[in-house]
Design a binder for this molecule. Structure first.
Ligand code: SF4
Length: 600
């Protein structure tokens, strides 16, 4: 006979609760829920679709062995930057090819193969890559050969705007275009191959980054000088011809450059310290070397052969906006620079260097705000003084390193500006930009150019550097849309500013040009008024100025130094003030006496 106590039987309809039965009940509930959802969806005519999320495709790594037969494709800047980058890559032993400037057809290709709702730099860029690959195919290469022999090298970041999505978008569009597995390699990011892995195809080491920075900086200063001269050239196209010559020359300089290396004998002698010694040697070579400045001196002399007429009254238009849209020189910004020049303006382009110093600055701000602590970390209690001191020391050392990086970058950049003569500008100080931009746009808000767009508008107008600020940004650009809101407050406070934001969408060029024309009309009047007022102030006529110039041919040289006078923006007006001062000093008196009238 059993000795076990009798268990009460569950009442009919009740289920006994135990671990297993709880799970069974949950399963029944979920099944009923699913049935009911399906019935209701059926009734409402809703079809449930399975989501197929895009996953990063498995890509073949780019290895050192492939370097000899793999070409790096890159682009997204001006042809001047790209030409020098091309030479820098070649000098480091890479095969490289700059992509052509993206056009509307590239934009449409990007739209065809990409996701909806992307920013248009993504469409232009990836469409441009796809077009290039399709072109290779048309020339007889198979898809597999293209995938094996080319990679796309681009910048990447984690956002916070849609920039963080670019890499995935590139891959998706390339897959949709039939180039599944085409390699997209990012720098500034440690995805894929390690940056320090010496077997990686792309060795992102000090030589690589110094090569890129030197190329970008030289590209910036050469680009700026050409834009400053072109509107005043006496003979049409003489600036562009000289620029071509200078760029060819600089391409050779970069191509023949060899990275500094510790001699073998020295390396053996230093043993375990040889890596550190080589690292330091490269830095010292960069800081003390004069090959770049000497080469730019030569370009300066080439440019100085062009004759210019500074007495043409032209409004200076400063370009700002979203990084890609303000840099590209094609359909991506409605060919805005050539349009402005045709319309009689002098264009002041934005150097890539500003963006680099802005990025360093933002990291400095972040370290200052967080003391270098990761998100969610808490400071140790006061009695753990040792830990607190360690955090403080770490934080100070990081800030010191960043301050050194910032100082070195600016010093190197300014050496190049000065080597190319008096036409270029030093970089705007990021602390000043923060100070003037922050009251309108929180300087800690990241994405795009952050507070820079607002700050530049005030900076260039307040410092008498531009008659008008034109901000070009892709349609729907999130940070730019925010800063446009803030610009309303800026222009209401700074009444003299002529500011125009233009959204570039890949279409609608005529509309954008006509809006620019209207604002430019105002800027032209401003420039003319300024010149006429200056003539009145100095008591000179245009004819008298012309006479001075004819008798002093050195003033027709672009590298002749004309100081900037406070309160005066235009080249012609600044020149007039300078001529009057010089004539006074030299006791030069004009022969042309009658008043030639105002400039109209
Ligand atoms: S800055 Fe604007 S255009 Fe550029 S990625 Fe961000 S949202 Fe897009």
């Amino acid at each position: 006979m059993s000795t076990q106590p009798l268990q009460p039987k569950p009442a009919p309809g009740l289920v006994q609760i135990g671990a297993n039965s709880e799970a069974a009940i949950e399963a029944i509930i979920q099944a009923r829920l699913a049935e009911e959802r399906a019935r209701l969806e059926n009734e409402a005519g809703l079809q449930r679709k399975e989501a197929h999320h895009f996953k990063k495709p498995v890509e073949k790594p780019f290895t050192k062995q492939q370097r000899g037969h793999t070409t790096l494709l890159f682009g997204g800047l001006t042809w001047k930057h790209e030409k020098l980058l091309h030479a820098a890559f070649e000098s480091l032993g890479y095969m490289a090819e700059a992509l052509p400037t993206p056009d509307v057809a590239a934009f449409q290709t990007g739209k065809e193969f990409g996701n909806n709702g992307q920013c248009n730099p993504t469409y232009f860029t990836v469409g441009n890559v796809v077009q290039y690959l399709q072109h290779l195919e048309e020339q007889g290469m198979t898809k597999q050969e293209i995938i094996d022999r080319y990679i796309f090298l681009t910048a990447g970041a984690c956002g916070p705007c849609r920039f963080g999505m670019y890499e995935a978008e590139y891959r998706l569009a390339l897959r949709n275009a039939g180039f599944d597995g085409f390699r997209v390699v990012l720098f500034q990011q440690s995805g894929g191959l390690s940056q320090s892995d010496c077997e990686a195809g792309l060795e992102m080491n000090l030589d690589f980054f110094l090569g890129i920075l030197n190329a970008l900086n030289c590209g910036d200063v050469l680009n700026e000088v050409a834009f400053a001269m072109r509107p005043y050239e006496a003979e049409a196209n003489s600036t562009n011809e000289t620029l071509d010559r200078a760029m060819d020359y600089m391409h050779e300089v970069f191509r023949k450059r060899t990275p500094w290396k510790l001699e073998d004998k020295m390396s053996g002698f230093l043993g375990g310290f040889s890596d550190t010694a080589e690292y330091l040697g490269k830095f010292v070579n960069q800081l003390a070397g004069d090959d770049m400045t000497a080469s730019l001196n030569r370009c300066r002399d080439m440019f100085d052969e062009v004759e210019i007429d500074r007495l043409r009254v032209k409004p200076i238009v400063k370009i700002t906006g979203e990084f890609w849209a303000q840099t590209t020189e094609g359909d991506g910004n409605f060919n805005m620079f050539s349009f402005l020049e045709r319309e009689g303006a002098q264009v002041m382009v934005e150097p890539v260097g500003t963006w680099i110093t802005y990025m360093i600055h933002q990291v400095v701000q972040k370290y200052r705000d967080t003391k270098g602590l990761e998100e969610g970390a808490v400071l140790p209690p006061l009695w753990r003084l040792d830990k607190r001191v360690k955090i403080e020391m770490n934080h100070r050392s990081k800030l010191a390193k960043l301050a050194i990086a910032e100082t070195i970058f600016k010093r190197e950049y300014h050496r190049l500006v000065d080597a190319l003569g008096p036409l270029g500008h030093h970089l705007a100080d990021q602390y000043e930009m923060q100070r003037i931009g922050h009251p309108f746009y929180n300087s800690r808000a990241g994405g795009g150019e952050g507070h820079l767009e607002v700050a530049k508008n005030i900076y260039y107008s307040n410092k008498d550097l531009a008659h008008m600020v034109l901000s070009v940004k892709p349609f729907g650009c999130m940070p730019s849309t925010q800063s446009d809101g803030a610009q309303a407050a800026v222009v209401s406070q700074y009444k003299d500013i002529i500011y125009l934001p233009i959204e570039t969408s890949g279409e609608g060029e005529v509309n954008a040009h006509s809006r620019v024309q209207m604002a430019l009309g105002e800027a032209k009047n401003k420039a003319k008024r300024e010149f006429n007022e200056t003539l009145e102030k100095i008591g000179w006529t245009l004819d008298q100025l012309k006479q001075f110039v004819d008798e002093h041919p050195e003033t027709k040289r672009p590298m002749y130094h004309v100081p900037h006078t406070k309160g005066i923006v235009g080249v012609a007006a600044n020149f007039a003030v300078h001529v009057a001062a010089r004539a006074r000093k030299e006791n030069w008196t004009p022969k042309v006496q009658e008043f030639a009238g105002a400039v109209n």
